[in-house]
Design a protein around this ligand. Structure first.
Ligand SMILES: *Cc1c(COP(=O)(O)O)cnc(C)c1O
Length: 417
């Protein structure tokens, strides 16, 4: 449930009409509902209330400081995948004890920075990384708490680009090799294996793959404990899907939690969960203005001032974002149309072959479910400044990141010769 809805046929974020923000801030802009963010976090947390757990929101889904701060104040920890994200969570005052570090390519300087922050857990993805962490921790005179990320070879049945738990994916340590690597880790002086981790993919819409993965890692955990490796943390990653403009209704966090907890009954372990999309996805929208409408030979093109540099998900994952008029009217026809951006690529679309109301130039359009992997994946392609970000709380709003200026695009560039 989210707080984007029509009041008198005007789309609002909480109690603020979106056209009012558009007038003040310009378009395109991302708009986040703080109440929705908090609600999604609370629903997720409450689902796990009966289990010892730590929620580590996945920073990469939306790393804006105001979003992170909102969740930190709710008690959230964070799952980071880079030194930049480490610095983001440090800036909002989150202690290292609530940070886990995932990712296949941690650099030496990122590992050192994370050790300096005393993070809770490194989710280690290879033999090479294990050895590197051991060396760096040794040089710093410390010990790194680690989990191995297991690739359980489970099909998450999602878009191939966001599937991570299959044998052919680059992620994690192959399930059959995990025991041996834990044995090695246990002999290293500067790492301490205290956790087990897996994350099989994103935008999962059924529970079976999660349950299959848990079954596999649970068996491994028990085996390891029998061999004297004291695993205290079980990190089950993120990946729970959200409803986009499709007929797929993903399971509610309550059912997700029940399914996981049922499998883990009796296992004395602290759970770590790394939700991203399910917290922030439907807490944000992208508001854009129609520049032109033109009729192609087969269909109509609604050309907006937001493009794939602002929201790449439709192009990259064939994502189906619901398109809504900011001002709703009931007297218009429906037509077959593409909503496209100004970028010089045919992949630059926000929606393709959609039945939509007849939009006119100057009108405002809301692209729903844009809170996750929206702004965070945006770029300056075509030398376009990145969009503004706004956060709403009840009847107030603030710009949490001003629109980039053209001037800012050149700030780090120099001529050669
Ligand atoms: C991306 C990612 C997540 C979050 O995934 P969502 O689908 O947004 O919940 C969690 N853990 C890891 C390791 C990730 O890479």
């Amino acid at each position: 449930m989210d707080y984007f809805r029509y009041i008198d046929n005007r789309l609002h974020c909480e109690q603020v009409p979106l056209d009012q923000i558009a007038e003040a801030v310009g378009t395109p802009f991302y708009c986040y509902s703080q109440g929705t963010l908090e609600r999604h976090y609370d629903v997720f947390r409450n689902a796990f209330a009966n289990a010892r757990h730590l929620i580590c929101y996945s920073v990469k889904a939306n790393s804006s400081l105001a979003v992170l701060d909102t969740l930190a104040r709710r008690g959230s920890g964070f799952d980071i995948v880079s030194g930049g994200e480490l610095e983001r969570v440090r800036r909002i005052g989150c202690p290292g004890s609530r940070v886990v570090f995932s990712g296949v390519g941690k650099s030496a300087s990122e590992i050192q920075a994370a050790l300096e922050q005393d993070i809770l857990l490194f989710n280690v993805e290879s033999h090479g990384e294990l050895m590197r962490i051991n060396t760096i921790a040794g040089r710093m005179g410390t010990t790194a708490p680690i989990a191995l990320r297991i690739n359980p070879d489970v099909d998450p049945v999602t878009h191939p680009y966001i599937s991570t738990g299959l044998r052919r994916n680059k992620f994690g340590i192959p399930h059959p090799k995990a025991e041996e690597l834990y044995r090695l880790a246990a002999t290293l002086e500067h790492v301490q294996p205290i956790g087990l981790d897996c994350h099989i993919g994103s935008q999962l819409t059924t529970l079976e793959p999660f349950v299959d993965a848990v079954k596999r890692v649970k068996q491994l955990l028990i085996k390891l404990r029998n061999q004297g490796v004291a695993i205290r943390y079980l990190d089950l990653g993120g990946g729970l899907g959200i409803p986009y403009d499709t007929h797929e209704i993903p399971p509610h966090p309550e059912r997700y939690a029940q399914a996981l907890l049922q499998e883990l009954e009796g296992l004395d372990v602290t759970l770590i969960l790394e939700p991203g999309r399910v917290i922030v996805g439907n807490a944000g929208i992208l508001v854009t203005r129609v520049e032109y409408v033109k009729d192609g030979e087969e269909k109509r093109f609604i050309i907006t001032d937001a493009g794939m540099n602002d929201l790449i998900r439709p192009a990259l994952y064939d994502a189906q974002h619901t398109i809504l008029p900011v001002m709703r009217r009931f007297d218009r026809e429906e037509i077959l149309a593409d909503v496209v951006g100004p970028i010089c690529e045919s992949g630059d679309f926000l929606a393709r072959d959609r039945i939509l109301p007849e939009f006119h130039p100057g009108e405002l359009i809301a692209v729903r479910s844009a809170g996750a992997y929206g702004f965070a994946m945006s770029s300056n392609y075509n030398s376009r400044p990145r969009a503004a970000e706004v956060m709403v709380r009840q009847d107030r709003y603030a710009v949490i990141r001003p629109r980039e200026t053209i001037q800012q695009l050149f700030e780090n560039e120099v001529l050669f010769g």
